[in-house]
Design a protein around this ligand. Sequence first.
Ligand code: NAD
Length: 493
Amino acid sequence: MKKYQLYINGNYVDPAKGEWFDSIDPYRGEPWAKIPRGSAADVDAAVKAANEAMWRGPWSKMTASARGKAMHKLGDLVAANAERLAEIEVRDNGKLMAEMLGQLRYHPEWWWYFGGLADKLEGSLVPIDKPDVFAYTTHEPVGVVAALTAWNSPLLFVAWKCAAALAAGCAVIVKPSEFTSASTLEFAALTKEAGIPDGIFNVVTGFGPEVGTDLISHPGVAKITFTGSDTTGAKVYETGARSLKRVSLELGGKSPNIVFEDADLGAAAAGAVSGIFAATGQTCIAGSRLLVQKSIREKFVERLMELARSAKIGDPMAPDTNIGPITTPAQYKKVLDYIDIAKAEGARCLLGGKPASGAGITGGQFVEPTIFTDVVNTMRIAREEVFGPVLSIIGFDTEEEAVRIANDTIYGLAAGIWTSDLARAVRIPKLLRAGTVWVNTYRAISYMMPFGGMKHSGLGRESGIDAVREYLETKSVWISTAQGAPANPFVMR
Ligand code: NAD
């Protein structure tokens, strides 16, 4: 079993307290790696190294173009190591190799894109409204960044956060989820090989309430970027606020996927399945509320059931598997509890609704793809994030009703619309309170497209040019060119 070390100041080191914990393979249900249990002393070492490296070390002296080139090289190295890193992620989170390999092969794009952006972060010359002044703005790195990530796509979140942060000139300390730390620790070595100076990329692992809290409350951290649940996100926001840190949050969702009667029903059924059963429903953008126009409900649900029934459950490494295990025992229990809650609330179970069993299924953390109908939007199954393969079907009659139900949630991460009516396709995105709206597609992401949530789904955006602003401060510089006697010092200039 591999025993990992923390990555601080360009070196792999043992945790200060000398403690490790097991990482469990969710498919086999057995430990496969030992992860360091970091503590406040490790956080302190990482934060000191990061501040030294970014403010006084080589990173501060490198041109933005040189920084970008190192980031570009890092992208190349991830591309060369995609398969190895994807395998590690599958061992840790049990998601499909097809999904994780796809993510890892796409991951380099963030380094290439943000590496290219590093030397284009121009300030501006301000044609100031006062005589004898030369005025301009610059954009400077906000400071050391604490990046906390969730277990469902560990290295994708590293790319989303760290590529933008490094482009801005920041240094980062990543605290991956305690369930999936191995890939981030392996990735760290590539940053050194790429020529990113020691201290600019650090990884401290351990438990959220322990080392996670130590990290986000450390006075040497200027900015927190967090991906996780809204409950933890609120705590992180509160802790950050105490020392006035900049905070951005990528949180959960209860996203509506809306099927209108004029939709291509085959495409919509595939979109509904990809919305909820891909990644075993363990995705923030899960289209967990399927709003279906009542006029087509029966025939649409038939098509959906046919597709859902054909999903193969089993070994996440096998290329023909569609649905893998639930990542953690706690999450597995939570999913089964929600199934019981839905049944007790009066939702009708059309498919699944129990643990999966059979050939190729081991370890016990498998749930059948589950579809509930007759769901009312006030039920807990329609309001709370399950984070598993559980779909709630809600009927609607009119477009207005669909929009009202879609927006009747504390969340606002994403939404899907299925229609062949062009005017409707243009009209509805504007009415939905969600950070991303997909029309006739679902679960598409890109390094160039901003991603983030409204309402309880988060604060700030990742990916796209705007993302880098999350890691920058604007500085305004005034230079007087005045000659002669000084102006009256007792009035504002
Ligand atoms: P989580 O909130 O339990 O943990 C996220 C991270 O925070 C982990 O690294 C964890 O160790 C750390 N943490 C936990 N408690 C902490 C504390 N008190 N102080 C500091 N750090 C703490 O989330 P999870 O279970 O890992 O991930 C699932 C959640 O993440 C779901 O709600 C999902 O919707 C959300 N998510 C959102 C996005 C997005 O981009 N919007 C993407 C993926 C997942």
